[in-house]
Design a protein around this ligand. Structure first.
Ligand code: NDP
Ligand code: HSE
Length: 447
């Protein structure tokens, strides 16, 4: 078992930290820790210093650390160094990062990571290893960058039955949607800018296809509902198929389209889904722009709460990494069984509530169909919806442009099960008067 505080004399020693990967977040962590070292030490009760860095590019690492710390190329040297108390993993991915985290734990070191991909896919194994070894694994920076949402869910809201969480939890896609809408810029141009600003993942398809948001949502769902991390059960849809036409129609109907991560406890099980979603433009969360993140949490006692801030970037993410360093420094003397559990619930009190398939999810829908401008078309469509017990909340029918014989019909439905709407869409698409496929986007009133 790892223990920092052996006696009073030992108590005065600084905590020695090893940093794996000094890229965007790693360099921010080094700089903030150095800049605010006095204040951080006053909060933590002792100094926290990075004494060793491992990075493939040792020349850059030496330059970034002003030659003040030992720099190594082989990360294995760092995780087995007996002088290191806490290892910060900021390499990313679940290849080498997983090996190094498990080695660090096996060597009795506490671990801080910002790696949501790793926690969402291998968290159960990592927490078990840490539990057995009596060390801590902290991952505040893995969800929503600088926003202390893990702390809020795990500790601040601990009195509540969490009912649902809905969040804009990927800065890159929110930045892309905002810039495309406000400046009319092309998708590829904005994505390049997000990469330049350090928001995007090493593989940006993780951002734009919704995978990164699903990693973060998986982690939040586990903490909110006390279930093991189950990324493989998440429904994942990104923004690459979203069309500018739908963004415009949504605005005309009083909605904004955001990439939302939604998890909800229902009587049948837990919803776990990431997809573009229409939200009423009047909701605060609909006005979260650029790389900013926001997470809404509804608890049975507290009602709705909203957490907002920078979800990506060097120093905002470093803020969360360092908060974990301070937490570990403060809690290291507590018996492992008296520390805050990783997933908020005690490991022997986890639930086996099932995660629902998307077909079982109930929500509202935006439907856009391109139809022949003929009498009776609308009646055919509404009959199909009525026969499936789907009621219409609002409708928009565009005048065909001059010389055109086809036009768009947009409908907003009340809540129904996904399997119902899919069956109705198949029937609508089979009508001879409907051209091509029906566009379906989910809609949440969030009230
Ligand atoms: P970067 O790519 O900027 O940094 C990763 C660093 O790790 C690079 O310096 C890289 O070196 C180094 N590295 C790669 N392989 C090894 C290895 N085998 N041994 C030692 N060093 C290695 O990533 P970020 O800082 O952006 O992200 C780090 C983590 O933080 C990821 O898990 C990411 O998902 C997460 N995160 C990132 C946020 C952000 O805003 N960027 C926000 C929240 C979380 P080289 O460049 O030479 O390959
Ligand atoms: N690529 C992520 C994002 C980084 O854009 O939100 C923060 O986790």
């Amino acid at each position: 078992m790892a223990a920092f505080f052996i006696n009073d004399e030992d108590n005065m020693k600084s905590i020695k930290v090893g940093l794996l990967g000094i890229g965007t977040v790693g360099s921010g962590t080094f700089n903030v820790l150095k800049r605010n070292q006095e204040e951080i030490a006053r909060r933590a009760g002792r100094a926290i210093e990075i004494t060793m860095v491992a990075d493939l590019n040792t020349a850059r690492a030496t330059e970034l650390t002003n030659g003040e710390v030992k720099v190594v190329n082989d990360a294995n040297l760092l995780v087995s160094d007996p002088d290191i108390d806490i290892v910060i993993e900021l390499i990313g991915g679940y290849g080498i990062a997983k090996d190094l985290v498990l080695k660090a734990i096996a060597n009795g070191k506490h671990v801080v990571t910002a790696n949501k991909a790793l926690i969402a896919t291998h968290g159960n194994e990592i927490f078990k290893a840490a539990q057995e070894k009596g060390v801590m694994v902290a991952f505040e920076a893995a969800v929503a960058g600088g926003i202390p949402i893990i702390k809020a869910l795990r500790e601040g809201l601990t009195a509540n039955r969490i009912q649902w969480i809905a969040g804009i939890i990927n800065g890159t896609t929110n930045f892309i949607l905002s810039e495309m809408r406000d400046k009319g810029l092309d998708f590829d141009v904005v994505l390049k800018e997000a990469q330049r600003l350090g928001y995007a993942e090493a593989d940006p398809t993780f951002d734009i296809e919704g995978v990164d948001a699903a990693h973060k949502l998986t982690i939040m769902a586990s903490i909110a509902f006390g279930i093991p991390v189950q990324f493989d059960k998440a429904h994942v849809e990104g923004i690459t198929k979203l069309q500018a036409t739908d963004i415009r129609y949504a605005e005309q109907l009083g909605y904004r389209i955001k990439l939302l991560g939604i998890t909800r406890q229902t009587e049948q099980g837990i919803e776990l889904r990431v997809h573009p979603t229409l939200i009423p433009a009047t909701r605060l969360i609909a006005n979260v722009e650029g790389a900013m993140n926001a997470v809404m949490v509804r608890g049975d006692a507290v009602g709705e709460t909203l957490y907002y801030g920078k979800g990506a970037g060097s120093e905002p993410t470093a803020s969360a990494v360092i908060a974990d360093l301070v937490d570990i420094t403060r809690l290291a003397t507590a018996d492992p069984e008296h520390r805050v559990p990783y997933l908020a619930f005690q490991p022997n009190s986890m639930a086996d509530t099932p995660v629902l398939s998307m077909a079982d999810v109930t929500t509202s829908y935006y439907l856009r169909m391109h139809v022949a401008d003929k009498p009776g078309v609308l009646a055919d469509v509404t009959r199909i919806l009525a026969d499936s017990s789907i009621s219409i909340d609002a409708m928009l029918q565009k005048e065909p442009t001059e010389g055109e014989t086809q036009t768009d019909i947009i409908m907003l439905t009340h809540q129904t099960q996904e399997r119902n709407i899919e069956a109705a869409i198949a029937k609508i698409e089979a009508l001879s008067t409907v051209v091509g496929s029906v566009t379906k986007i989910r809609l949440e009133e969030l009230n």
